[in-house]
Design a binder for this molecule. Sequence first.
Ligand SMILES: Cc1cc2nc3c(=O)[nH]c(=O)nc-3n(C[C@H](O)[C@H](O)[C@H](O)COP(=O)(O)OP(=O)(O)OC[C@H]3O[C@@H](n4cnc5c(N)ncnc54)[C@H](O)[C@@H]3O)c2cc1C
Length: 374
Amino acid sequence: MLDVLIVGGGPAGSSLAWALRDSGLKIAIMDKAEFPRQKVCAGWVTPAVMQELDVDLDDYARGRVLQPITGFRIGQLGRKLVKSDYAGDVVSYGIRRIEFDDYLLQRSQARLITSEPFRQMQRTDSGWRVNDDIEARVVVGAGGHFCPVARAIGSKVVSEVAVAAQEIEFEMTPEQEAECTIDAEIPELFFMPDLKGYGWVFRKGSFLNIGLGREDKHRLSAHVQDFVDYLKQQNRIPEDIPQKLAGHAYLLYPHAVRKIVGDQVLLIGDAAGLAYAQSGEGIRPAVESALIAARVIRDCGGDYSAARLQAYAGLIEQRFGERQPDPDFMERLPFAVRQLFASGLMRTKWFTKNVVADRWFLHAHEEPLDTAAQ
Ligand SMILES: Cc1cc2nc3c(=O)[nH]c(=O)nc-3n(C[C@H](O)[C@H](O)[C@H](O)COP(=O)(O)OP(=O)(O)OC[C@H]3O[C@@H](n4cnc5c(N)ncnc54)[C@H](O)[C@@H]3O)c2cc1C
């Protein structure tokens, strides 16, 4: 019998197992995929993530892409971008999820049950029986946005308002590299005029990642195509990029209404709907939720009743704030007023650096979690 079965081996699941590695608990991670596996993601991580997970950057960079980021170019789609500069300081990293997730999973020290999709779970006297033969005292749903454990405890995954995003990541040929005018250290962010999402171009070594996400999936493919065409017209990206884009979804923290704790079960990462509202950054909240969950699981002393696990929901709210499912002040403003606000502000150096880059994207106002206290 396992103590903890984690369903999903992404950053949330592997971070939880890693944080519990010396707890004496029997832990397994189940994933439907075989690793290394692809994951639709721009692959931008803040230094807080590396610090919280105690990642040795030199070790990581050996044979893997670790692209330092020292600035951003930000603006409204169709207008001139404004550069935010950090005088050579590394404020973020570009990674490839196929490498990053595998690295975290392999060092987690958990038993790995891969190529095994979660099918169902049933109650037993001591916890849960998953897929008819794996017994665990507590099941943690870390299966991303469409997490089957979230569904099993009642989330209506399909009817939620989520960000829908599409992207492509590919290795450029030497000719394509010569044609691409994006600086590797300076990703570019293009906000949509209605502020419902943004597009990005991100060069990581010889890899190029182009994508766009919106909290309104209506005409998403058309928005993405317009964006790609615009980048080509501006001579920012090669003409002959591969055609096929991949899509995925995630919930923004304020608008997510999932129940994240049940009897002998809890949800972490995207399964719990934690991505930051303005940037859509989901890796840091996924990792932080895992570290918080590890602390609660340790404190439970083997009693994983809903009453004991409820502390997790409280700590998540303490860390990420109260959820606000209703539209905020900006969202209630008429479209024309919002557009006016956005286009004016996005042209200023002050707003793009201090608000968009520092607050929205880097969360510079928020210290990394104190892992010693977790
Ligand atoms: C286009 C796009 C770009 C993004 N870019 C960024 C970015 O640059 N930076 C950032 O911080 N965030 C980004 N995000 C968000 C980020 O990808 C997620 O927040 C993050 O991956 C969440 O991690 P997780 O571990 O919770 O879930 P995931 O990474 O989704 O991992 C879930 C795991 O569960 C497994 N699984 C799913 N279903 C089952 C099942 N039925 N049975 C067994 N296993 C299952 C999957 O195989 C997967 O390995 C982006 C998202 C999208 C869609």
